[in-house]
Design a protein around this ligand. Structure first.
Ligand SMILES: [Zn+2]
Length: 496
């Protein structure tokens, strides 16, 4: 059954994506249309059809021959600025807490230029990997660093990707028993004022919004309970979403028991966060009762598969249990702590492998993984029905993945003939052939569409300069960190 176009059949649409091997709609009936097409106008999907359905006339046709077409993938957890300290040698063999304390002083050097170039590079990287909407958890706001949030939003607008940055925060420094140094925390009033200003300036509540803001105190070990409570009240008043890290590491369980006298999820509830306005990153270590509470609240989980593995220790978020209980589960690539390569294709594959590692070979399929990165992520961001689905009225965000043909893709997908969705994650690796956001190709034929007035090489030079400065590699004779255990494993400048 074709979906009835919401425009008159004689209207020309802006864009017709045609010729796909398979269009996976992820609509309420989970229709998969062999030989299907998608029509878009004004940034929204207007019609989806199969090969026998009449296509509307279009201003532009984007061919998707040999491709699987899916809704654009939605990234629900990231720290984009951390691409300025990717694979930072002094912290590559650390626990999560050691990794953080090694890097906080580096991130204290963030400024608007660094925020802008890291967002430009990070969002371009995500688009190439099939992501059309990303959040960002920007929780480091050093004194004198400027307006970091506006700088990254400027990059997103230039690239034309949909962006849900969060106004993150840290208020509990080492002198108050927290993990971060004084240089990267702010007082509660400063944080709440800046949060309200960010919402007033950037948040667009309208359907099809390209930018929305959420509020995001960082974690139980870097913010006070009072800030959590006041942020929840502010989010309610401004009608924006809430995000934080939760139950990420066994060290966090110990910290919360010692500091608050309760486990992390109990603390979260005590602060007034147990609502469907919140989604949380990781949530690896809930017990059964806590999973039920999360479901009752409607609180979403950003599952970060690579992060689960990189943090190590055997913890795997109980994604199958969450979904069985009714907890919305989306996908996130997380920052450099875990994913120095930010690709939602890779996280989708990671979700598939980890769920089967945990629950056995029948526990999880590629379709389940796609469900996380589309509908599940959309639910985390409060935009189910608008993002993560190809149906009339949804935003025109989609990805064409080339599964075969000539060259490298031909080699990777040779012999995969019976199930393109399973092949999508089992074969590969694969990047997007086309990434379309709001009806506009951001990646076309595998190439990032660099916006007019921008120069990729120049952005990369600027990114390198910012990264060298933050890593202490920008002046001869500088003496960078010697590593957490003094093993002399300080960073060395790599010349390429
Ligand atoms: Zn994180």
């Amino acid at each position: 059954m074709p979906t009835a176009p919401s425009t008159d059949a004689t209207d020309r649409v802006d864009l017709l994506v045609d010729g796909a091997d398979l269009v996976v709609t992820m609509d309420d009936d989970r229709r998969e249309l062999a030989g299907g097409w998608v029509a878009c106008t004004g940034g929204f999907v207007t019609a989806v059809g199969g090969p026998a359905d009449a296509r509307p006339a279009a201003e532009r046709v984007l061919r998707a021959d040999g491709c699987l077409v899916t809704p654009g993938l939605v990234n629900t957890h990231h720290h984009i600025y951390q691409n300025l300290t990717r694979s930072y040698r002094p912290a590559t063999s650390s626990t999560l807490f050691d990794w953080l304390t090694t890097l906080y002083p580096r991130w204290a050097l963030l400024d608007e230029e660094a925020s802008y170039v890291s967002a430009w590079v990070g969002l371009a990287e995500l688009a190439v990997g099939g992501c059309t909407t990303s959040t960002d958890h920007l929780y480091v706001h050093p004194a004198g660093g400027g307006d970091l949030l506006s700088a990254e939003i400027a990059a997103a607008r230039e690239l034309g990707v949909r962006f849900h940055p969060t106004r993150g925060s840290m208020s509990r420094s080492q002198k108050d028993g927290g993990l971060p140094p004084d240089s990267v925390v702010q007082d509660e009033d400063t944080i709440l004022t800046a949060s309200e200003e960010a919402v007033a300036r950037h948040h667009d509540p309208a359907p099809g919004a390209m930018v929305r803001i959420a509020l995001a105190p960082c974690s139980p070990f870097s913010v006070t309970a009072k800030l959590m409570e006041r942020t929840a009240e502010l989010a309610e008043r401004l009608d924006v979403r809430l995000h934080t890290h939760l139950a990420e590491d066994p060290d966090e369980d110990r910290y919360c028991l010692e500091t608050y006298g309760v486990r992390p999820i109990e603390h979260f509830a005590d602060c007034g966060w147990g609502t469907d306005r919140a989604w949380v990153a990781h949530c690896i270590y809930p017990n059964e009762a806590e999973i039920a509470r999360m479901a009752a609240w409607g609180t979403g989980v950003a599952h970060c598969p690579s992060s689960n593995m990189m943090i190590g220790g055997g913890g795997i978020a109980p994604v199958v249990d969450y979904r069985a209980a009714g907890v919305p589960v989306g996908l996130g690539c997380d920052g450099s702590a875990s994913t120095d390569a930010a690709s939602l294709w890779m996280e989708s594959r990671g979700a598939l492998l980890l769920a089967r590692q945990r629950g056995g070979p029948t526990a999880f399929t590629a379709r389940d993984a796609l469900e996380l990165g589309t509908r599940g992520s959309a639910a985390c961001l409060g935009r189910l029905g608008e993002l993560g689905v190809l149906a009339p009225g949804a935003v025109a965000d989609l990805v064409a993945w080339r599964l075969g043909g000539s060259g490298r893709a031909g080699i990777a997908f040779a012999g995969a003939l019976t199930d393109p969705i399973e092949a999508w994650l089992r074969c590969g690796p694969v990047a997007a052939h086309h990434t379309v956001v709001a009806g506009r190709p951001v990646v076309e034929n595998g190439e990032l569409q660099v916006p007019p007035g921008s120069d990729l090489d120049d952005i990369l030079r600027r990114h390198r300069a910012a990264a060298e400065r933050m890593q202490g590699l920008d002046s001869p004779g500088s003496s960078p960190d010697q590593g957490p255990s003094g093993r002399g494993s300080g960073p060395r400048r790599v010349r390429r």
